[in-house]
Design a protein around this ligand. Sequence first.
Ligand code: EPZ
Length: 418
Amino acid sequence: MDRMRVVGGKTLRGEVRASGAKNSALKMLFASLLAEGRHEFSNVPDLKDVDSSFALLESLNCKARREGDRVIIDVAAPGNFEAHYDLVRKMRASILCLGPLLAKYGQAQVSLPGGCAIGSRPINLHLEGMKALGAEIELKNGYVHASVPGGRLQGGQILFEFATVGGTENVMMAATLANGTTYIENAAKEPEIVDLANYLNKMGAKISGAGTSIIRVDGVKSLNASQHRVIPDRIEAGTLLLAGAIAGGDVTVTDCVPDDLDALLAKLREAGHEIHAGPNQVRIKSSGGARCVDITTAPHPGFPTDLQAQFMSLMCVSEGVSVISETVFENRFMHVTELLRLGADITPKTRVAVVRGKPGGLEGAPVMATDLRASACLVLAGLAARGETVVNRIYHLDRGYEKLENKLSSLGAAVERF
Ligand code: EPZ
């Protein structure tokens, strides 16, 4: 099993490019189920989760292939409408095939995803959304059995109790082929939702309001396969900027969208780091003496939960005390006990962690990754720790970061996979 060795204390300098957004690419791949034919996507990151999506699409009779950063999906009518447990348990985002299958074929059997290292993560809001569009849902033998009486969903009104990213995307995709108009209220506003809506509109859908809290979808009779370039990964870009902050130096992340990183950039500035945002790049200059600041995660445009763990690493070596509040997931502090192994001073409570910063106070140790962003947090902490940190179970990292070790090494970090 691969591990990552990080030797701390190296200053980072140079430019590094952000890859395409994982959380956009995955949804785009599932959206292809809405129209038979050849879909082409570029800027698709080469990640384990993308491979898992290929496996699911192939089980539904699609052909998926990669040429560099381009992905071509040939969609044909599926022989079955099932997302098997073995595929869904590997990647929860597989639930995103429910909306497209129901909309296009009027039926779907999708395994319930089960628990996850960062929280219970139910899918009740996805299912309520499908029911509001006229689907009948039954939970049986660990599967969601969904069907549409008459074969075609009906437009409806959905008010989400929480601005769920996946729920918004699933319902938005389902509504594209429904009879009539759908309004999604308290919709999630993440940039990846806007990217998905842009692709669906290229396919012929009529979606407006994506990126705001009310999305309107006017159903159309059919959609066509099309082409799209996936937006840059704001979480990867943010992780690389945090690497620059924690290791000190001068790092520019190119091919990113600074506006999508507003909440992080504001906090980095508040913490005393110098930030220069250009049209599609961000430069961070960091020369030590950074302060602790408080963060509270929230749906976009709030501080992203997907950067909470990495930000905590920075707080561990900054001056002062930081209160980190996690409001999106109920159990996203698994990285805390691993940071303690590196000598951090953190008191975790339910959904809140108090970090007492210790500039220069971390020491290398073997640690274990528990989920994707926790893995990145530990690699970052290793950049600031004295001596050698070995991060075990980095297969989590490969689900969502494209060769992070190469990107960090290109900036001068001592990071290697072994
Ligand atoms: C997406 O997950 C992302 N995943 C997550 O990124 C990200 O952390 C999350 O959005 C929040 O930004 C993908 O895009 C593939 P949610 P998703 O539905 O859609 C509760 C990463 O590291 N909820 O907005 O699953 C849920 O339990 C990953 O890249 C319900 O209660 O997130 C959570 O507490 C991890 N019922 C909250 O809402 C539901 O039916 C937010 O979940 C759905 C969600």
